[in-house]
Write a protein that binds this ligand. Sequence first.
Ligand code: ZN
Length: 198
Amino acid sequence: MRANPGTLVRLFPLPTFSWLSLSFTLILPLLAVASAADNIQVFFSPNGGCTEAVVANLGRATTSVFVQAYSFTSTPIAKALADAKKRGVDVQVILDKSNITGQYSSADFVAHANIPTYIDSKHAIAHNKIMIIDCKTILTGSFNFTKAAETGNAENLLVIKDEAMAKVYTANWQAHLEHSQAYDSGSTRTAKTANPRK
Ligand SMILES: [Zn+2]
């Protein structure tokens, strides 16, 4: 939708230097926004499609899903992770230590889906909310993977499709995995619990 400068100059007779100034001032920022919008989406809660966006992106995963979560109580998102695992996707989850409770927790739910689950106890709070899908798509923002985050809170979720950025996130995820402990639900978990990192 670029207007013909000549036409505009005739309609609004500005000196040439003014037109160029306007071009750089007005058109270039618009192009940058359009470019960013091609590979970045944003969703807002409550009830703004965050959960649906996470589930849809997990449904398209073909090779790997690496997760960092502080809290994890969303049934549809947990199910989408379990479904990906069943399809043969390499799904691995790192959770904050607050998920270790005496009761059945989301860590148990994830672990019972044969998803390798780890607890990162090295920080005051392991507060990241990240999914890295197929090493090319990043889901992140304030949005916890919980029902409350979808229905009750004011949150944001970015879906970023950028392989270079995904590499940076994956490296950071690996660094946290290195000092995380395999979560043992004490039951039927059979997946890659042989991970030596303790
Ligand atoms: Zn860590």
